[in-house]
Design a protein around this ligand. Structure first.
Ligand SMILES: [Zn+2]
Length: 55
């Protein structure tokens, strides 16, 4: 994951009317609720990748 993933739904109102925000990298704006937000990659989880097996 590179941090360039695009959101499909607004996290605030759930609408799909999202477009890139002028603030740039990872910033999006919602045309439905007029909110701008930024997605950022925080890091990998300590538990690592799951293989489908349960401990
Ligand atoms: Zn919205």
């Amino acid at each position: 994951m590179s941090g360039r993933a695009a959101p499909f739904f607004c996290p605030y109102c759930g609408d799909e009317d999202l477009r890139p925000h002028e603030a740039g990298h990872g910033a999006w704006e919602c045309g439905a609720c007029n909110r701008a937000f930024r997605l950022s990659f925080l890091g990998l989880l300590a538990k690592g990748l799951t293989t489908g097996e349960r401990p």
